[in-house]
Design a protein around this ligand. Structure first.
Ligand code: 2U9
Length: 336
């Protein structure tokens, strides 16, 4: 009996199983009721009494050894399963969490695409500027309040270094470098020395457009505006122009659109007027053309400018401008 026990122990040490079926076959062959190990227990009653103690001990050890080996093989097979599953290139991948675009970027891109369709190309330029590109070249008089420290961020050591208050300065650079026709759309960050509130911030984003060529008229400006707002807010939107004043355009106007919330009926968003102010515009002042060495007798131009935050607030019904700058993920992930 002891020899048989030793022989079966050796067999068990050589056990191998490629899968669960082979493992189950080993269990049945050795440990089921009629298996080799159980069979030895049946034969135990014929063992002479004086050997019973020794044989009984070996038999129990054999059974434990068989169970341990079985469990070991089971563990090996399950880790092998996981490795094989991970190597299965046909399995769908774990989803990657992608971010979302900032609402200001979404609206900026939409505006730019509309102007691209009209033949305007994007121009960008420096945020740190000099007096000429931000004020003088744009016909700002010496005593204009925008030139005051209250309104503009100047570098203390040098009053000729300042943060641009509008992206018009980029278009001054364009005029320096290009001959008309110039047709450019200019997105960018601008800086104004303002107290932060739900309606204002010291940093915000603008898009401006400038078109200079022979025979550019106010009618061209008006058609461009109509095309632009219908593309951005929908075909049913109405516009109205109100006379205004900017140093760099003459005549100047502010444009309202019919309220996108109440469609002109009157609501608290449009303060019961039925209209929402969207942008400023006008014909480029001849002084601006001449200051930038563009012959105002030959060329005319129109320009327009808008704050992106304002457009985004109207488009998405956002009441507090500060949300755009806080980077709260719960706010940002709502925009796709
Ligand atoms: C050049 C000549 C003229 C750009 C223009 C406006 C009107 C305007 C405001 C809208 C809201 C600024 O963000 S805002 O505060 N802008 O009303 N901007 S015309 O005129 C130019 C630009 C460049 C060479």
């Amino acid at each position: 009996m002891l020899d048989t026990i030793e022989k079966i122990r050796k067999e068990i040490s050589d056990w191998q199983a490629k899968n669960n079926d082979e493992l189950e076959a080993l269990r049945i062959e050795y440990l089921s009721k009629k298996g080799k190990v159980s069979q030895l227990f049946n034969e135990f009653r014929d063992v002479p009494n004086e050997l019973k103690r020794e044989v009984g001990k070996s038999l129990n050890e054999l059974k434990n050894f068989a169970n341990e080996e079985l469990n070991k093989l089971k563990d090996e097979l399950s880790t092998q399963d996981t490795v094989e599953a991970n190597n299965d290139l046909t399995l769908p991948p774990k989803p990657i969490k992608v971010g979302t675009r900032h609402p200001i970027s979404i609206v900026r891109n939409e505006i730019i695409e509309i102007f691209n369709r009209l033949g305007f190309t994007v121009s960008e330029g420096p945020e740190i500027e000099d007096d000429w590109h931000v004020f003088s070249a744009l016909n700002f008089p010496e005593e204009h309040p925008a030139r005051d420290m209250q309104d503009t961020f100047f570098i203390q050591q040098n009053p000729d270094v300042l943060l641009r208050t509008h992206t018009s300065s980029v278009q001054v650079h364009e005029m320096e470098e290009l001959e008309p026709p110039i047709r450019t759309v200019t997105p960018g960050r601008v800086f104004r020395n303002e107290a932060i509130s739900a309606r204002a911030h010291c940093i915000f984003h603008q898009v401006e457009a400038l078109y200079i060529d022979e025979n550019v008229s106010f009618a061209d400006l008006k058609q461009t505006l109509i095309y632009f707002v219908k593309e951005l807010f929908g075909q049913d939107v109405q516009i109205r122009l109100r006379p205004s004043y900017f140093p760099f355009t003459e005549p100047s106007a502010e444009m309202d659109i019919s309220c996108t919330i109440c469609e002109g009926e009157g609501c608290n968003v449009c303060k019961y007027t039925g209209w929402l102010e969207i942008l400023g515009c006008g014909m480029v002042d001849p002084n601006v053309l001449d200051s930038n060495k563009i012959n105002s007798k030959k060329y005319t131009g129109f320009a327009l400018g808008m704050g992106i935050e304002r457009i985004a607030m109207l488009k998405y019904g956002i009441k507090d401008l500060r949300l755009f700058f806080e980077n709260d993920i719960r706010f940002l992930e709502q925009f796709k």
